[in-house]
Design a protein around this ligand. Structure first.
Ligand SMILES: NC(=O)c1ccc[n+]([C@@H]2O[C@H](COP(=O)([O-])OP(=O)(O)OC[C@H]3O[C@@H](n4cnc5c(N)ncnc54)[C@H](O)[C@@H]3O)[C@@H](O)[C@H]2O)c1
Length: 344
């Protein structure tokens, strides 16, 4: 095996899509994952079946200092995606959230620092670093909220927006995001941060707590009801995982230009969509309306969040992402095909 690319959280949704692409491009890949998320062992099996001998796995916790140091030892690049991913879980167990997301990231950074030979690192951060955007005045237009401010409505939230960590998840990811940027500044680590909005696509084990696009589709395809927290008019800019993976790879290739920078990565204003609009699209795709129940808003939930993707597009030379309608249809087809294999 040549010097591998390390993907922490490589059994997870984004991680396995990234590992798959890396292996397709001829890289040896080392996945470090605790298999903490139910179902992700299927992703790992899929990866290893597709790329025999190319993808190896270290089943270990990101908080295991020795395992992390070993995994980092001869990595040629590191993509850090392992994490506690749900805001809801961070509210019930803030200690684990802190430990995994902040201490785990610190251990990884410190192992890289001690290696001392400038290994590129790309970190999966989140739009939650900008808080719940309570100060943004919103108007309701049909089935969605939109900012009253025309410039914000057209361009989305840029990287100059002040940080404002809300919820333990926002704090742990936000602090980790700052540590990554500081290790670039203080120790010259070639490290960059991608602050992601909602990513969706194949291999997402979407649940009510995280991965709502896949969760809605899975429920709809099974004929089960969906609970929407809030009024469903909240807006997100959704991005297909293939486009996210492209950005991760380019961030590595262009690490000299983007080291020390944080970039917002999402579908941008062209793919800004409300939960209700996604549900209507799912109804059209499945040919029957899904039953929707409504419950109270959840902590820190942004009524509107859309990434300003101009900086990431320019810095990484990205093409326009696939449209949300086509992307969700693609995910529905993938889920349908998987369900028929399981039923066979
Ligand atoms: N999916 C999104 O829309 C989105 C948006 C913003 C940020 N992110 C970030 O991107 C990363 C990947 O998210 P995802 O959607 O692929 O989630 P995911 O849950 O599918 O993947 C995370 C992986 O990390 C692993 N993991 C969890 N705890 C671990 C631990 N203690 N040690 C080692 N591995 C552990 C899980 O088993 C899982 O395979 C996360 O860091 C998440 O915070 C995701």
């Amino acid at each position: 095996m040549t010097s591998p690319v390390l993907v922490t959280g490589g059994a997870g949704f984004i991680g396995c899509n990234l590992a798959d692409r890396l292996a397709q491009e001829g890289h040896d890949v080392l996945v470090l994952d605790a298999l903490a998320r139910p179902g992700v062992e299927q992703n790992l099996r899929w990866l290893q079946r597709r790329h025999p001998g190319r993808v190896s796995a270290r089943i270990a916790d990101i908080r295991d200092e020795d395992a992390v140091a070993e995994a980092v030892a001869d990595a040629r690049a590191v993509f850090h995606l392992a994490g506690q991913v749900a805001v809801t879980t961070s509210m019930t167990d803030p200690r684990t959230d802190f430990d995994v997301n902040l201490r785990g990231t610190f251990l990884l950074l410190d192992a890289l620092r001690r290696r001392g030979d400038a290994v590129p690192l790309v970190f999966a951060s989140t739009n939650k670093v900008y808080g719940d955007l309570q100060d943004v005045r919103l108007e309701r237009h049909g089935e969605r909220y939109l900012p009253a401010d025309a410039a914000l409505r057209e361009s989305g939230v840029g990287e100059a927006r002040p940080l404002d960590f809300h919820t333990p998840y926002g704090c742990s990811k936000g602090a980790a995001d700052q540590y990554v940027l500081d290790f670039a500044r203080s120790f010259g680590l070639p490290a960059t941060v991608l602050r992601m909005s909602c990513i969706y696509g194949p291999h997402q084990m979407g649940t009510e707590d995280q991965g709502w696009v896949a969760h809605f589709l899975i429920r709809a395809l099974k004929g089960e009801a969906i609970t929407v927290y809030g009024d469903g008019c909240q807006v997100r800019d959704v991005l297909h995982v293939a486009d996210a993976v492209e950005a991760y790879l380019r961030a590595w290739r262009r690490i000299g230009e983007v080291a020390g920078r944080a970039l917002n990565l999402g579908g941008g204003p062209a793919n800004a969509v409300s939960l209700r609009e996604v549900i209507a699209h799912i109804d059209a795709l499945t040919g029957r309306p899904v039953t929707v129940g409504y419950d109270a808003w959840r902590a820190g939930d942004q009524r509107w969040y859309v990434s300003d993707t101009r900086a990431v597009t320019q810095a990484l030379g990205l093409d326009a992402p696939r449209s949300w309608r086509a992307g969700i249809a693609d995910l529905a087809a993938w889920l349908g095909a998987r369900a028929s294999v399981e039923a066979a």
